[in-house]
Ligand binder design. Structure first.
Ligand code: NCD
Length: 301
């Protein structure tokens, strides 16, 4: 695996290898503490981030690699002076051994990978994709539910602008018998393009109008924030909030995921419910990103 650009690129076997390796690394982290010895990883973030950047950076440090980082690429790099993404990458690629990049362009990661001579890892590209988020989402589901086939997954929130949803749909295209239940405000409904991907990969799509339309035994409820910063028009407030009352309509085995940050779509009154998985999910991200970095550098050898 040289670049990590889109969930389209993973085979079911690749995914299994990454998730198995994440389990192995977390069981015995000392064994891997020098795995990236001598490597320099650059994190180039042109959009805000807490979890993705910090978990990647912690992953690099825990593997014994070193970091060079710009966390406010939009204001603190030469892009404010009018430098193109291509020129920035042309330069950075000569300094480093891998680039982890977040950018507001939907095609930023592909564009960077065309220029870079070192691996590029997409840490979020506009409204497009966020493949490493989906890796940790699926890893969390595997750990909690024990499987990745035969699942009912409700997707909620901003299904138009949410890149984590788009990547999740592509990733679950590798698995069998997945039913997606989509619940969002009408102005944020899942674009036809992604409905097609669900159907073309043999999975099923159900559009819901209320929580009552989601089966009570749904395995996963995956909520997302309204991406207000991505649109000029006012997208309004979330209408479908998961709180204690709502969650209690569902099975004891339904888990609640969210890539975070949450705004008001998940009420804090479920935070201590055993089904609320979002903080665990964020922590799983570090192990998954350690496994992914090991895979990326393994390919390099
Ligand atoms: C997500 C993102 O950046 O797409 N956050 C994350 O990486 N955990 C979701 C979001 O910002 O709403």
């Amino acid at each position: 695996m040289k670049n990590v650009i889109s969930c389209d690129q993973f085979t079911k076997e690749d995914l299994k290898e990454i998730f198995d390796l994440a389990d192995v690394v977390r069981a015995n982290p000392e064994k891997y503490m020098n795995a990236l010895n001598g490597k320099v990883v650059t994190t180039l973030f042109f959009e805000p981030s807490t979890r993705t950047r910090l978990s990647f950076e912690t992953a690099v440090v825990r593997l014994g690699g070193r970091l060079v980082s710009t966390e406010n690429g939009k204001t603190n790099s030469s892009s404010t002076k009018g430098e193109t993404l291509e020129d920035t990458i042309r330069v950075v690629t000569g300094y480093t051994d891998a680039i982890v990049m977040r950018h507001s362009f939907n095609d930023a990661a592909e564009r960077a990978a065309k220029i870079a001579t070192v691996p590029v890892i997409n840490a979020g590209s506009g409204k497009g994709e966020h493949p490493t988020q989906s890796l940790l989402d699926a890893y969390t589901i595997r750990r909690e539910k024990g499987r990745l086939d035969n699942l009912k997954i409700a997707i909620l929130g901003d299904l138009i602008n949410g890149r984590t949803i788009h990547s999740l749909i592509k990733l679950f295209g590798r698995y069998e018998n997945i039913e997606f239940y989509a619940l969002s405000k009408e102005n944020l409904a899942l674009p036809e393009k992604y409905v097609k991907i669900i159907e073309e990969t043999g999975n099923k799509y159900f559009k819901c109008n209320s929580f009552e339309d989601i089966p009570k035994d749904v395995d996963v409820m995956y909520h997302t924030r309204i991406q207000a910063e991505r649109c000029d028009e006012d997208l309004g407030k979330e209408e479908f909030i998961i709180n204690k009352k709502v969650l209690n309509q569902f099975s004891e085995d339904t888990i609640v995921l969210h890539p975070l940050p949450r705004v008001d779509e998940i009420a804090t009154d479920i935070d201590n419910d055993k089904r609320a998985m979002f903080f665990k999910q964020a922590h799983n991200g570090m192990w998954v990103r350690m496994a992914l970095l090991l895979k990326v550098f393994e390919e390099e050898k």
